[in-house]
Design a binder for this molecule. Structure first.
Ligand code: SF4
Ligand code: SF4
Length: 191
């Protein structure tokens, strides 16, 4: 594949995904102090985390189909490559294979979002991690959700970011779990 074709394939993959911008993978993006005012000037939400500035996710610059401040995005954004992106960039995957792998992840995110009702897919993926760290649903009619949650975390871990391997450790740095107010109680799945 030519370099321009590779660049196009990478761009199309990220535009179809957005999980590293919409809160699916991360709760925040660490910022360098000089970036703070520039990003605030673009209307993005900058918070303090452990005394350091960070860009809150879901990122206000994510349009659902791209980054609205791409040319001025933080250095951490510019440097981030999930496993899938890196493998496509290296030629270890072809575009159809990469999209097929991403497609199953997005399908599971959508299923969980529907199951939890009224939450976006980005929240659903972190809720999945939080639920797996707590207790799986036991009601037979919800059993498939436990399987979906398990498959989602397994796929995210393998295909996107290995830090999802241990949901109980998500509180140390991004990816992080949602706040208590956004975390569904395990019993909600038992009814
Ligand atoms: S998670 Fe990977 S494929 Fe998805 S938008 Fe981020 S870098 Fe692109
Ligand atoms: S600034 Fe752009 S690249 Fe960075 S998280 Fe926001 S939408 Fe994504």
């Amino acid at each position: 594949m030519s370099e321009p074709a590779r660049a196009t394939a990478l761009r199309e993959l990220c535009l179809a995904c957005g999980l590293c911008c919409n809160g699916g993978l991360f709760a925040r993006v660490p910022l360098a102090p000089p970036e703070v005012e520039r990003l605030r000037g673009r209307g993005l939400v900058v918070v303090s985390h452990d005394g350091e500035p960070a860009l809150r996710q879901p990122c206000a610059a994510w349009s659902g189909a791209g980054c609205n401040c791409y040319a001025e995005r933080p250095a951490r954004c510019a440097a981030y490559e999930c496993h899938l992106y890196a493998r496509l960039a290296a030629g270890a995957l072809d575009p159809p294979d990469a999209h097929a792998r991403l497609g199953r992840i997005l399908e599971l995110v959508a299923t969980l979002a529907r199951a939890f009702g009224g939450v976006d897919g980005a929240s659903a993926i972190r809720r999945a991690a939080a639920l797996l760290a707590a207790a799986p649903p036991v009601a037979p009619e919800h059993a498939h959700l436990a399987l979906d949650l398990a498959e989602l975390v397994r796929l995210v871990t393998r295909e996107l970011d290995a830090r999802f391997a241990a949901p109980t450790r998500l509180d140390v740095e991004d990816p992080v779990p949602p706040g208590p107010e956004a975390t569904p109680r395990p019993e909600e799945l038992r009814r």
